[in-house]
Design a protein around this ligand. Structure first.
Ligand code: SF4
Length: 336
């Protein structure tokens, strides 16, 4: 890139004397040229194969790194507490997600009940821990996806999908038959086995994982013993990046395909934000779309841990952003 002019240089000066790098152009594709990946897989018959392969895993569940080995087809429950029947807590256009997902008409969000990570500070603990929600058939789930598309949502945003992936892929086949053609967003906690993410290659267009901790001891303490979280999340996100690459948007800035990583800043740098941003810059790319989130508030059992029992301070958040810029990240979410 040419040297910036003085005016451009002034425009990229940040408070505190930090200088942001000039932004790279955002990868863009015309909406009319976009076809969701899953349509091709359905045409070749591969989607039916994947649905069968995923469904078979329910016999001895290893959908997430907890590897419970329970037979969910017989109603047995592992750490997440879910059987093979999908339960949905709510579904609606959501306007609080990242701007490229929300656009004008919202992100078509489906919140699944139960969760494989079970964090002590969960803000949706009634849904994630207690499993509040309603059972529905996979056929109904597919119809729900199409209804969200009919409401003009820009995508189907699958929130906490990890433990119900077989139902989702089965439902997707119904939805395709009924005309679904908006991108699927896999909005997960990051605690995913690479083998399962590989089975989603060509099904998911947009991955939106959290990367919550860089230290296994923190993950074990605050997320129900998930001590291998950092390495599992790192491997899964690298595979997601390999599959879909950087976030591509249409001519209106609406996300079509790619990776968005969320990182919630925790008090006392429990999340390891400095290590996280360096990892993104070194292992993925500096222009990865990253949302550094400030909205932590103590919920559920967080008050049992004094170090987690407060919101983050303004100084902590500014420090997190400084680390991101020092690592060279150039595509932070606008609301970061
Ligand atoms: S998805 Fe649930 S049952 Fe399956 S391995 Fe994970 S926690 Fe255990």
């Amino acid at each position: 890139m040419d040297d910036p002019t003085r005016r451009e240089f002034a425009a990229i000066l940040l408070p505190g004397g930090l200088v942001a790098r000039p932004r790279k152009p955002v990868p863009t594709m015309l909406r009319k040229d976009f076809e969701p990946a899953y349509l091709k897989l359905e045409r070749t018959g591969e989607l039916a194969e994947r649905a069968r392969a995923l469904w078979a895993i329910y016999k001895s569940c290893r959908l997430c790194p907890r590897q419970c080995g329970v037979n969910r087809l017989k109603g047995e429950k592992g750490v997440c507490g879910a059987t093979s029947r999908v339960k949905v807590a709510s579904a609606h256009p959501h306007f609080g997600e990242e701007r490229p997902l929300v656009g004008r008409w919202g992100s078509g969000t489906i919140f699944f009940s139960h969760c494989n990570l079970l964090c002590c500070f969960c803000q949706n603990w009634e849904i994630a821990h207690r499993g509040d929600g309603s059972y529905m058939s996979d056929e109904m789930l597919g119809r729900l996806m199409v209804q969200l598309q009919e409401m003009r949502c820009h995508n189907i945003n699958l929130v906490t999908p990890t433990h119900v992936v077989p139902n989702i892929v089965q439902a997707l086949r119904t939805a395709i038959r009924l005309g679904l053609r908006i991108p699927l967003v896999y909005n997960c906690g990051g605690y995913e086995p690479v083998e399962i993410i590989k089975l989603l290659d060509g099904i998911v267009d947009i991955y939106m994982p959290d990367f919550k901790y860089m230290d296994g001891a923190m993950a074990a303490k605050y997320s129900s013993g998930a001590s291998d979280y950092p390495e599992r999340a790192a491997a899964a996100i690298e595979e997601m990046h390999r599959q879909v690459g950087e976030l591509v948007v249409d001519e209106n800035g609406i996300a079509l395909r790619g990776l968005i990583i969320r990182h919630l800043v925790l008090p006392n740098n429990i999340a390891g934000t400095d290590k996280f941003v360096r990892w993104v810059a070194e292992k993925l790319s500096k222009s990865t779309y990253v949302n550094i989130m400030a909205q932590y508030r103590p919920e559920h059992k967080a008050f049992q841990y004094p170090e987690l029992s407060r919101r983050i301070t303004w100084t902590e958040y500014q420090q997190a952003l400084r680390w991101a810029r020092e690592a060279g990240l150039t595509r932070l979410d606008q609301d970061s």
